[in-house]
Design a protein around this ligand. Structure first.
Ligand SMILES: *Cc1c(COP(=O)(O)O)cnc(C)c1O
Length: 373
């Protein structure tokens, strides 16, 4: 099989999505699955929908187009505020978008009117992450302007936590978001359909004993893909952490007697780390590097230590004497490593347990399938 590659177990993606969706049923929160970390890969998105996601959310229009071209017809929301230069395409490909700027909303409204359609607007509120968002005291006024504008409809409000500042939302913050939903409705009239409380970092809050108020949607990426709470890194009960595995190939195993000289090593480039001289440790090189992934975000299998990486090489100290040139090594990835690897042109993506592939086979009958092979 080709290296480097990412093996994606779609059954585990379905399972992880299903586990979260089931646990959020009782508090009345639906899962909007976020596809940006895997560049809108259609089969992975379908696995999320199969697992119980109510819809999809994407940050980049190019990924939305990839989903649409593959025949994904479910509602897709753009979660990064649209670029003014893209409004026509946004209206064409997305049911709704998260917005923070009146100029963009007006342009979306004009584009929707030209296309004889209505585009959904979710106002993103700044609740402390200090990335994007409208200040809470401005939301009612802006909501009113959206309601009065032909071509757009006020679909809801949302907030985002722990993306820029790493702080998990408090129960008080979540109550404030619920109260804001009531305020906006009181001021603007129509019932707000979506109150989107945040991302994977909100799961401990949503699973907890606290009342979830008006929050009826969470946008979940990392927890589905990696089965962990992004802040603590702890596994979420009953979820798989290994839906994605990166496989890379060994291209050199010679034990080097040279030790990296600290004065010569460019730490920013090579990130050389001195590994204590150990007779059992061999230095090996894998054909993968910074251009493919975040080397520091690869989980080293037991008995292996990351020595360093360059653009195309990964240097590892290993106690595994069986590794030779041509051997494969398997790694679990952090979110950052996964995100880069999924976007790397040199990495092949191998799907396992693809139910849609067997469904296609069943629906179209074996003859069509045979004709393809
Ligand atoms: C990336 C992103 C999410 C998903 O975050 P995860 O931590 O992967 O669950 C949700 N909302 C917005 C606005 C995002 O940019």
């Amino acid at each position: 099989m080709r290296c480097p590659r990412i093996e994606v177990d779609l059954r585990k993606i379905r399972h992880n999505t299903h586990t979260i969706a089931e646990r959020l049923k009782r508090p009345g929160i639906r899962v909007t699955a976020v596809t940006k970390a895997m560049c809108g890969h259609p089969a992975i998105a379908r696995a999320m929908l199969d697992g119980g996601a109510a819809g999809l959310a994407e940050a980049r229009l190019s990924n939305v187009k990839r989903l649409r071209q593959a025949g994904v017809t479910c509602p897709i929301t753009l979660i990064r505020t649209p670029m003014l230069s893209q409004v026509d395409d946004v209206v064409q490909s997305c049911e709704a978008s998260y917005n923070t700027e009146m100029a963009v909303i007006a342009a979306l409204a004009a584009a929707a009117s030209r296309q004889n359609t209505v585009h959904g607007i979710i106002l993103m509120v700044e609740m402390g992450d200090q990335r994007e968002g409208i200040m809470p005291h401005d939301v009612g006024h802006m909501g009113q302007r959206v309601v009065d504008m032909p071509g757009v409809t006020l679909k809801g409000i949302g907030a985002n936590f722990a993306c820029l500042n790493g702080l998990a939302p408090t129960a008080a913050k979540m109550r404030a978001l619920s109260a804001l939903a009531n305020d906006v409705e009181g001021r603007c009239g129509p019932i707000i359909g979506t109150v989107s409380g945040g991302n994977s970092v909100n799961l401990p809050w949503a699973f907890g004993a606290c009342a979830t108020g008006r929050i009826n949607d969470l946008r979940i990426g990392e927890a589905i893909l990696l089965g962990v709470d992004p802040i603590t890194g702890d596994q979420i009960g009953g979820m798989y952490r290994d839906a994605f595995t990166l496989v890379a190939e060994v291209i050199e195993t010679d034990a080097k007697s040279v030790h990296p000289s600290i004065s010569n090593a460019d730490h920013t480039l090579a990130r050389i780390r001195l590994v204590s001289a150990n007779l059992e440790t061999t230095r090996i090189i894998l054909a993968i590097g910074h251009q493919d992934t975040d080397a520091a975000g690869l989980l080293m299998p037991t008995g292996n230590t990351l020595i360093g990486a360059t653009s195309d090489h990964l240097v590892i100290g290993t106690k595994d004497a069986a590794l030779c040139v041509g051997s494969e090594m398997r790694f679990q990835m952090s979110y950052g490593a996964l995100m880069r690897a999924m976007a790397a042109p040199d990495i092949q993506i191998n799907l396992r347990n693809d139910r849609t592939a067997t469904n296609v086979h069943k629906v179209n009958g074996p003859s069509k399938h045979l004709a393809l092979t």
